[in-house]
Design a binder for this molecule. Sequence first.
Ligand code: HSE
Length: 434
Amino acid sequence: MAPEKIRVGLLGLGIVGGGVARLLLDKKDRLSAYLGAELVLAKAADLEPARAQELGLDDSVFVDDAWPVVEDPEIDLIVETVGGLEPARSLVLAALNHGKGVATANKALLASHGVEIFQAARRHGVGISFEASVGGGIPLVRPLRDSLAANRINSCLGILNGTCNFILSRMTAAGEPFGKVLAEAQAKGYAEADPTFDIEGTDTAHKLAIVAALVTGAQPRLEAVPTEGITGITPLDIGYAGEFGFKIKLLAVLNNQGERVEARVHPALVPHDHPLASVDGAYNALHIDGDWVGQVLLYGKGAGRRPTASAVMGDVLELARDKLAGVPGRVPPLGTQADAGRRLELTPLDEAVCQYYCRFAAQDQPGVLAAIARELGEYGISIEKVTQKGRQDQGPVAIVMLTHTAREASLRRALKQIDALPVIAEPTVVIRVA
Ligand code: HSE
């Protein structure tokens, strides 16, 4: 009897797809031995034939149209690395409709259409796996989905964008401004030519929406996730935060208290002794707090051809194993509620409670600090630390402050009053403390 085969259809031969193709070819023997069946790259689709040539793909494997691949009855499972929303969404849904499990690295797609895609997979009894969509090569989706399933996950804090982490780490080490470091990151290939999605926090919000779905079983609307990027971060604030004992990181924050769920993306002060403070450069990490397991830190490369392809291949093997065993594929328990399209309701940002770093640009006059403290006091906000930087004959000075925990709405109201004071020269800089 001929040995069993699993035939893979690959959609997209870009950075990630190209990596998947090479990994499948280079490690075919190892992967097949693990599976107990031959794992074959049957078809690979891309609009650019040159990519297939560069990867050394056989002419019989390459096609320039993805549709026949998802419809081909000879293909067992699909890897989607096209990226973006369309045609990726339609191709994934078509593959599921044709009874093929899908591995995808597409975080934008899952963040926007996860519920629809998971429901389609469940309807057709096939798996949908997406380890590479969050944290690149870090095993993170499967731990949240399976290994930690016994836990109630109280919180997740993530550094999930390598571009931002590289930029902030470099600004911290070299004291250089955002624009200069971004240009350097682009020159080194760490940042895209158009880095908007990364530096504005959108990419991190996509990943957080997926993490929130895994933790709570329902997905927030992307528009409902408060998202701030790193373009306003200055070496000045990085320096003052450092003096207070913190690093500034772009964080994905998920606080899960059952009825109240907070999910947001913003720069935050992370204490030097927190595990995330030492995650530097282009690395990613997710810090998880579960009720039985306690604290877990998952760390590794969040992007790049080889780490991301490594994660996709774990998914391929999972889908292939289920196919060989003749069991329904794995689908996270999302969209299974009676009202299956239910979205995760997030607690409004105004109700968040945390500590704040504030930098006031104030005239160096008697009574200014007292005026600021009075306004904060009016709103019940107490000060933990304060320091004034420099003394000038003319122009504002920096008054840098760390508050005790306060409600976001109270802080915003107090700052509105403070920024209207004649002795305040510029809008106050506020950064939350993790
Ligand atoms: N652009 C992302 C990052 C990698 O900089 O981390 C892909 O998710």
